[in-house]
Design a binder for this molecule. Structure first.
Ligand SMILES: [Fe+2]
Ligand SMILES: [Fe+2]
Length: 295
C-alpha cells in the first residue's frame, strides 16, 4: 500500500506566502457573492423595451456564456484530480474555489434567462466554431488528463482552458457585453453580475498563468507546446468573432474593435508567459498576482 505523508502537521506546514495560497485567500474574500442577491428587476423592464434584433444580439452572448460556464464547470475536475494526486495542497485548496465559482457563474446566467422568461432552446446561437471549441476541443483536452499525466498534456489543457477559453474568448465576451449595454445604461443587474464574475475569472487566469509558468520553468520546452497550441487555436477565435458578426449591429458595436480586442488578448497572454522562460521556480511561486496580469 502507498504511504503518504501529511503535510500540514509536518514542519512544512502550509506554504502561505506562495501564489496559489494567496489566490485562495482572495477567493474566500471576493468569490463568495451570491447570484441570488443580484436585482434583475430593471433588466426585465429593459428587456421588454428591446427590439427583436437587440434581444437576438444579447441572447447570443448570454447563451454562449451560459454554455461556456457549464462547460468549464463540467470539465475542470480532471485537472483538479491531477494536481491533487501530485500532492500540491495549496493549488488544490485554491482549485476548490475555482470550481465553486464556475458553478456560481453557471447559476448566474440561468437566473438571468429565467428572469427574462427566455426558456426556449438556445442552441441555435451556438455556431459551428463555438461547438468545436466547447463541445470537442475543451472536453477532449481536459479528459485526456484522466489518463495522461505528462507535463505536455497538462500544459495543453491549461492553454485551452485558462489561456484561450477564459483569457481570450470570455474576455472578448465581457467586452461585447459592455460595448452593447453599458453605453445605453441598460440591464444593470446583468452587468453587475458580469463585473463580479470577471473578477473571479481574473483569479482563474492568474492560476492558469502560474501553472503554465511553473511547467515552463521546470521544463523549458513546454513554452513551445503552449505556443503551438495557441497558434492552432487562434484561427478559431477569429472565426468565432466572424460568425457572431451582424451587419448593422443593433447596439452599434464596431466589429473591427472587437477583433482588435481579441488579437490583443492573444498576444498579451503569450507575452506574460514568455517572461517565465529562464526564471527560477522560487520566483514563480513568490510573484504577486498583479505581475501575472501585466503585459
Ligand atoms: Fe466562469
Ligand atoms: Fe473561469
Amino acid at each position: 500500500m502507498k504511504k503518504r505523508t501529511i503535510l500540514t502537521t509536518s514542519s512544512r506546514g502550509l506554504l502561505e506566502d506562495t501564489l496559489p495560497f494567496r489566490l485562495f485567500q482572495k477567493a474566500k474574500r471576493f468569490g463568495v457573492w451570491d447570484p441570488a442577491d443580484i436585482d434583475l428587476s430593471q433588466d426585465v423592464k429593459d428587456w421588454a423595451s428591446f427590439t427583436h434584433e437587440q434581444k437576438v444580439a444579447i441572447l447570443r452572448l448570454i447563451s454562449q456564456f451560459q454554455a461556456g460556464e457549464e462547460a468549464v464547470t463540467r470539465d475542470l475536475l480532471p485537472l483538479m484530480m491531477l494536481i491533487a494526486k501530485e500532492g500540491r495542497l495549496e493549488e488544490e485548496m485554491y482549485l476548490t474555489t475555482f470550481l465553486f465559482e464556475e458553478a456560481k457563474h453557471t447559476e448566474f446566467f440561468r437566473r438571468v434567462l429565467n428572469a427574462l422568461g427566455e426558456n426556449d432552446d438556445l442552441s441555435c446561437y451556438h455556431s459551428e466554431t463555438y461547438n468545436t471549441i466547447f463541445n470537442e476541443i475543451l472536453p477532449t483536452a481536459m479528459e485526456r488528463l484522466e489518463t495522461d499525466h505528462s507535463a505536455e498534456a497538462l500544459a495543453e489543457a491549461s492553454t485551452v482552458y485558462n489561456m484561450f477559453v477564459e483569457g481570450v474568448l470570455a474576455e472578448t465576451g465581457y467586452y461585447s457585453f459592455y460595448q452593447s449595454l453599458e453605453k445605453i445604461g441598460a440591464m444593470p443587474g446583468l452587468l453587475k453580475g458580469i463585473g463580479l464574475l470577471k473578477k473571479d475569472e481574473g483569479r482563474h487566469i492568474a492560476y492558469g498563468t502560474f501553472l503554465l509558468q511553473r511547467l515552463i520553468s521546470e521544463q523549458p520546452h513546454i513554452f513551445e507546446v503552449v505556443t503551438n497550441k495557441m497558434e492552432q487555436l487562434t484561427p478559431l477565435a477569429i472565426k468565432l468573432n466572424q460568425e457572431g458578426m451582424v451587419e448593422d449591429s443593433p447596439f452599434q458595436v464596431n466589429f473591427e474593435d472587437t477583433m482588435n480586442f481579441t488579437m490583443k488578448q492573444l498576444s498579451v497572454r503569450m507575452e506574460i508567459l514568455a517572461r517565465s522562460k529562464g526564471r527560477r521556480l522560487e520566483e514563480i511561486y513568490q510573484q504577486s498576482e498583479s505581475e501575472l496580469e501585466r503585459a
